[in-house]
Design a binder for this molecule. Structure first.
Ligand SMILES: C[S@@+](CC[C@H](N)C(=O)[O-])C[C@H]1O[C@@H](n2cnc3c(N)ncnc32)[C@H](O)[C@@H]1O
Length: 210
């Protein structure tokens, strides 16, 4: 099933002729110390997500097959998810480079992610905006979603509208910066249903789609 999903995604959107910038993991699993050291290296750059890696996992009460992250930057959460869920495919979406209100990206972030992505065989990077990326996924196909892109109310609301139908029933969506960005918090608060917030590390909102 996982292989089918991967191949299907490859066929639809990941062939190099269509997206020459695309890079994926090289298929070689890393275990033990080597994996850890690569993960530490990959996460050595600045990130507001730092500290969540030891907090968020108990809230992920599912065994995800497909994880999608909107807003990768240096990849702290992207590589964390790839490492914590090695049996899942983790797709990161980021247009690189972009800056503006509520979008905290770094100009050298793409180079960093491309350097380390080969160490994580279960990852795919789609260099595109959230709206474009959402077209690549079927409704009810994603198990775990992480929204961490533009932190205004309007942009977060748009991401919720674009992505909530892509999330499976029983899936989980995480929203970073719900404490530090009032607009993101407002949009998160408006989602109906069961939610929790991890208040540390700028706040991680978690929505259980039931
Ligand atoms: C807060 S950073 C992501 C942080 C990252 N998740 C981490 O673990 O450190 C926000 C990222 O969103 C990206 N971004 C901006 N606009 C976007 C859009 N329309 N779609 C997807 N990503 C976007 C920026 O390029 C930036 O890299």
């Amino acid at each position: 099933m996982r292989n089918d999903l991967y191949l299907d995604l490859m066929k639809r959107c990941l062939v190099n002729e269509i997206y020459p910038e695309l890079e994926t993991g090289n298929g070689l699993p890393f275990i033990g110390e080597k994996r850890m050291s690569k993960l530490d290296e990959a996460r050595a750059k600045a990130s507001a997500w730092k500290g969540l890696e030891s907090r968020y996992k108990p809230y992920i009460t599912i065994d995800p097959s497909l994880i999608v992250e909107i807003g990768v930057d240096y990849g702290y959460s992207f590589f964390t998810l790839a490492s914590d869920f090695p049996r899942a495919m983790v797709v990161g979406i980021d247009p690189y480079p972009i800056s503006g209100e509520g979008s905290v990206g770094h100009p050298d972030a793409e180079i960093h992610v491309r350097k380390y992505i080969k160490e994580f065989p279960n990852t795919v990077l789609l260099k595109m905006e959230s709206k474009r990326g959402s077209l690549e996924f079927k409704d009810n196909s994603i198990d775990l979603l992480h929204i961490d892109a533009i932190h205004t109310y309007e942009a977060t609301k748009e991401d919720i509208e674009l992505w909530s139908f892509k999330l499976k029933q029983g899936g989980i969506a995480m929203f970073h910066d719900v404490v530090s960005f009032p607009g993101t918090r407002k949009a998160f608060d408006e989602i109906p249903g069961r939610k929790v917030i991890i208040p540390e590390c700028f706040g991680l909102g978690i929505w259980y789609k039931e």
